[in-house]
Ligand binder design. Structure first.
Ligand code: NDP
Length: 259
C-alpha cells in the first residue's frame, strides 16, 4: 500500500449535507474524485439534483440527491434510509449544512437565534444520530463536521453571535461524540475554515462596510479561500489517511487566527 492509497475512498459512501453549493459542493466533488459514492442532501431539490448530476459526470462516481432539511427529524431519517437503500450503508457523513444570521444580539429575535442553532447544531445531531446507527451496524465510519474558525474567535466587523455559539457548540459535540463512538469504530473530527468565498461569506460582506478588506487584512494568505481549497483536507479527514485521528479540529484559515 502506498501513501496515496490511504486517501482512496473507492467503495465508500459519503453523505454531504448542503452538497449542492459552496463548501459542501466542493467537498462532495472532492470525495467523489477520491472514489466515493456521494449523496447530496439539501433543501432545494433542483440544485441538489443538478449538483449530483454534475459531480457524477465530472468524476465518474455514483451520486444522487435527496431533498432533506437537516432540521426535520423525519426527513433526515428518510435521507439516511434512501442512502442505505441505494448504496447499502453509510461510511462518511459530512455535516456541512449551515446558515448565518448577521444581527446584533440586542436586536436579534428568538426565531433568528433558534434558526441558526437548529440548523448548525441540531442538524448535525440529527444527521449524526441517523447515520451513526448505520455506521455502528457496519463496523464503523467517519463523521466530519464543518465547523468554523468562528468557534474560537470573535468575528468583525459583522455581528453574528448565534453563528459563533453554534460553531463553538460543534466543537463540544465533536469531542464528546468522538469519545462515545470510538468503541464503535467511528471517528469524529471537525474542519474549521476561515473565510471562504461563498454565498455565506457574501452575506457578511453585504452587512458591514469594508468587511472583505477588513477580513483579508487579517489573513496571512491575503485573500479568502475558494471552496475547492477545502477539498483535499476533507478527503484526508474522510479517509484512512487520518485513521489515527479523532476528536480533533483542523483549522484551515489562511493564517487568520494565528495573528
Ligand atoms: P452557503 O450559504 O454557500 O451554503 C449553505 C449550504 O447549506 C447550502 O448547500 C444549503 O442548501 C445548505 N443548507 C442550509 N440550511 C439547510 C437545511 N436546513 N437543511 C439542509 N441543507 C441546508 O454556505 P457555505 O458553503 O459557505 O457554508 C457551508 C458550511 O461551511 C456552513 O456550515 C458554514 O457555516 C461553514 N463555513 C463557511 C465559511 C465561509 O466563509 N463561507 C467559513 C467557515 C465555515 P439549501 O439552501 O438548498 O438547503
Amino acid at each position: 500500500m502506498t501513501v496515496l492509497d490511504a486517501f482512496d475512498l473507492d467503495g465508500e459512501t459519503a453523505i454531504v449535507t448542503g452538497g449542492n453549493r459552496g463548501i459542501g459542493r466542493a467537498i462532495a466533488n472532492a470525495l467523489a474524485e477520491a472514489g466515493a459514492s456521494v449523496v447530496v442532501a439539501n433543501r432545494d431539490a433542483a440544485s441538489g439534483e443538478e449538483a449530483a448530476e454534475e459531480i457524477s459526470d465530472s468524476t465518474g462516481a455514483d451520486a444522487f440527491a435527496v431533498e432533506c432539511d437537516v432540521t426535520d427529524e423525519d426527513a433526515v431519517e428518510a435521507m439516511v434510509e434512501a442512502t442505505v437503500e441505494r448504496f447499502g450503508g453509510v461510511d462518511v457523513l459530512v455535516n456541512n449544512a449551515g446558515i448565518v444570521v448577521h444581527e446584533a444580539i440586542e436586536t436579534m429575535s428568538l426565531e433568528e437565534w433558534s434558526a441558526v442553532l437548529t440548523t448548525n447544531l441540531t442538524g448535525a445531531f440529527l444527521c449524526s444520530r441517523a447515520a451513526g446507527r448505520e455506521m455502528m451496524e457496519n463496523g464503523g465510519g467517519v463523521v466530519l463536521n464543518v465547523s468554523s474558525m468562528s468557534a474560537f474567535i470573535a468575528n468583525y466587523p459583522q455581528r453574528q453571535v448565534a453563528y459563533n455559539a453554534s460553531k463553538a457548540g460543534l466543537e463540544g459535540f465533536k469531542n464528546q461524540l468522538a469519545s462515545e463512538w470510538a468503541e464503535h469504530g467511528i471517528r469524529v473530527n471537525n474542519l474549521a475554515p476561515g473565510y471562504v468565498a461563498t454565498d455565506n461569506a457574501d452575506q457578511g460582506a453585504q452587512v458591514a462596510e469594508n468587511a472583505v478588506e477588513t477580513w483579508e487584512g487579517e489573513m496571512l494568505m491575503d485573500e479568502m479561500a475558494s471552496p475547492e481549497m477545502l477539498g483535499p483536507t476533507a478527503v484526508y479527514l474522510a479517509s484512512d489517511a487520518s485513521a489515527y485521528m479523532t476528536g480533533e479540529t483542523i483549522v484551515l484559515d489562511g493564517g487568520y487566527t494565528v495573528r
